[in-house]
Design a protein around this ligand. Structure first.
Ligand code: NAG
Ligand code: NAG
Ligand code: NAG
Ligand code: NAG
Ligand code: NAG
Length: 433
């Protein structure tokens, strides 16, 4: 009797459990050996943590299941809260979580970049809180940290964060949860940023996956016209998984989501691992797939601060919602079985220094915890900036999530330009290389 009960309990746990996600070569697989393609929705109803209110999680996950999503992306959580109920609710709907480890005061900044003990500990707390859930698919160490050529000096700090969180994961004997980065789609930083995040012959110091927030396929477009063909060309030999961590251009209307057919179809599914649509809730940026009632006058008594209700029963915004749902219903690539897949791709070379374009000195030693970028120091991990040369093409990201990640009132800090003498020295060093 007793042993029968134990066996039954074991069975119940097994039924509740979801296959976990890990990487092999350039692909994601679940623990049943099936390739995994992300069909995701960006989900951040409230700034601090949308995974606490289980009633809300249930209402939303039911409709997401109907939509055909298998993932959500959440940008900020509070690791001190209890997430058991929401995580189980999403698991019951067959939905995985892709989670950003940073929050408003811990994210890595592109100005005066640093990676320190408080940031590390804050990231660790989020990992500790979420690693236990089978439907935690992966962690991001940053969202759109780099957006400019001279801001590329922050890239080694992102990689240092990935190194330290992967080491922490392994020390704590957590399962092999993928640790990656979500990049702003800045034409002038591609493909250096993408290659840099995977480069080097020590996989402990490279990301487990790379992802891009890309709003390139807008209105009536095509694989060629959108530039997706170029993105794919430059990812074909990429040795780690790559996917779109935000997509879903909304102008011009209609919002067709026709790009999904390319992403999950023959054009891209051998290279890309899916896409996350920005975003679930309709708010000021107007990217929502659902709303919780009509917008109200923010000045009215008891109204939400921006007029958008952030809880309740979600109502689809059509035809956007049904267009996406219709696509996802028909797009079910099976990919390859893990057992049949023998990865052969090797990491790309670390990109060289080009002033104002990519200012990281190849595969330089990554910063240690506590290190702050100092362009004026000769031993700097990066090549630094040339004094007042070039235009500093300041191509800002148009991604709607960029401002979400920004620390409110974050102080503007300047990085000192490097003297010409040292710059010459570095160029000489490069020539020699
Ligand atoms: C780490 O940097 C943050 C600013 O991003 C600062 O508030 C914090 O005090 C620093 N922590 C340490 C240990 O230096
Ligand atoms: C990059 O250049 C811009 C404009 O020249 C400057 O405002 C910014 O502080 C620089 N950033 C870094 C990280 O050097
Ligand atoms: C690879 O990187 C890790 C983390 O920085 C380090 O501990 C390890 O010694 C490196 N391995 C080799 C062979 O350099
Ligand atoms: C693809 O890579 C080439 C060569 O590195 C580069 O010139 C081009 O801009 C890249 N294309 C995209 C879309 O990033
Ligand atoms: C998207 O919506 C438009 C307008 O209702 C419709 O004509 C089109 O067929 C829809 N596309 C899909 C894939 O459902």
């Amino acid at each position: 009797m007793r042993s029968a009960l134990v066996a039954l309990a074991g069975l119940a746990a097994a039924v509740n459990a979801m296959p976990t996600i890990s990487t092999k070569g350039s692909k994601f697989f679940d623990s049943d050996g099936n390739q995994f393609f992300v069909k995701g929705i960006a989900y951040q109803l409230v700034p601090t943590d949308p995974l606490i209110d289980n009633t809300q999680c249930k209402l939303d996950s039911d409709l997401m299941k109907e939509l055909g999503a298998n993932s959500i992306r959440v940008y900020h959580v509070d690791p001190s809260e209890d997430h058991d109920d929401c995580m189980k609710t999403f698991a019951d709907a067959g939905i995985y979580l892709w989670l950003d480890l940073d929050t408003f005061n811990t994210q890595i900044e592109q100005d005066a970049p640093h990676w320190n003990q408080s940031q590390l500990e804050a990231f660790q707390k989020v990992m500790d809180a979420f690693q236990q859930y089978d439907n935690l698919a992966g962690f991001f160490v940053g969202n759109e940290v780099l957006t400019t050529g001279n801001g590329s000096v922050a890239a080694p700090f992102v990689k240092a964060a990935a190194r330290d969180l992967k080491a922490y994961r392994d020390t704590k004997k957590y399962r092999n949860i993928p640790v990656g980065y979500s990049a702003a789609d800045i034409a002038t930083l591609r493909p250096m940023l993408q290659n840099y995040m995977a480069c080097g012959d020590n996989s402990s110091e490279a990301l487990d996956f790379f992802s891009l927030n890309a709003y390139e396929w807008c209105g009536q477009s095509s694989y060629q016209q959108s530039g997706y063909n170029q993105l794919t060309e430059n990812a074909t030999d990429y040795n780690i998984p790559i996917f779109l961590s935000e997509t879903g251009c909304r102008e011009p209307r209609l919002r067709t989501f026709d790009d999904q057919a390319a992403i999950f179809g023959d054009d891209m599914n051998k290279v890309w691992s899916g896409a996350i649509i920005y975003e679930w809730i309709e708010e000021t940026n107007d990217y929502g797939l659902i709303q919780y009632g009509e917008k109200v006058d923010p000045a009215a008594s008891g109204a939400p601060p921006d007029g958008y209700t952030r809880s309740g029963t979600p109502t689809p915004i059509n035809p956007d919602f049904s267009n996406l749902s219709n696509h996802w219903k028909t797009l079910n690539p099976t990919g390859i079985k893990a057992s049949a897949y023998n990865p052969t791709l090797t990491p790309p070379p670390c990109p060289g220094y080009t002033s104002d374009v990519w200012e990281v000195n190849g595969g330089v030693a990554l910063p240690t915890v506590g290190q702050t970028f100092d362009a004026g120091v000769k031993s700097s991990i990066t090549a630094g900036t040339a004094a007042a040369s070039g235009t500093g093409a300041n191509q800002a990201s148009s991604s709607p999530s960029a401002t979400k990640g920004a620390a409110p009132g974050s102080p503007v800090r300047e990085v000192q330009g490097m003297g010409l003498g040292l710059f010459g020295l570095l160029v000489g060093f490069f020539w020699w290389m």
